[in-house]
Design a protein around this ligand. Structure first.
Ligand code: OFO
Length: 162
């Protein structure tokens, strides 16, 4: 059984994950408008992955006989100054999510809720991977700013993401 406090915190995280998905979908739409289909595809894949994160929490709450309660999803931004600015915003967002996951883990440990802690451990590892991945794209985009043509090559490479 989930405590009431944990159930609410996990429901809030479903909303955070759905917002993440919405944010990356908005970035995908913006990249399409900038004629960067590879970046758009990368963000589209990211949006689907975030939806999967929301569903992991959704399934877990149900398995623990909790009640999933969905809330409204905040409107994401529509524009970014540059491809670099969009990926930097993505990195900031992932750092925010890491903070949220850490808080959830603190709560699970304080409540001695080992089942929830085990699920959260997957997210702790996932956040390390996500932050590292986005950060490496940010670093490459910084280098690409000084090399004409490099952005198009990066766009092509990012479009290879499955
Ligand atoms: Fe990007 O990891 Fe979920 O939110």
């Amino acid at each position: 059984m989930l405590s009431e406090k944990m159930e609410k915190a996990l429901n809030d995280q479903i909303n955070e994950e759905l917002y993440s998905s919405y944010l990356y979908l908005a970035m995908s739409a913006w990249f399409e408008s900038q004629n960067l289909p590879g970046c758009a595809a990368w963000m589209g894949a990211q949006a689907r992955e975030e939806n999967g994160h929301a569903m992991k929490f959704f399934k877990f709450i149900n398995e623990r006989r909790g009640r999933v309660l969905l809330k409204g999803i905040k409107e994401p931004p529509k524009e970014w100054k540059s491809p670099l600015a969009a990926f930097e915003a993505s990195l900031n967002h992932e750092q925010h999510i890491t903070g949220r996951i850490d808080e959830l883990m603190n709560l699970a440990l304080a409540e001695k809720d080992h089942a929830t802690a085990a699920v959260l451990q997957w997210f702790v590892n996932e956040q390390v991977e996500e932050e590292a991945h986005v950060d490496s794209i940010v670093q490459k985009l910084k280098m690409a700013e000084k090399a004409p043509g490099a952005l198009l090559m990066m766009d092509h490479a990012l479009g290879e993401r499955k």
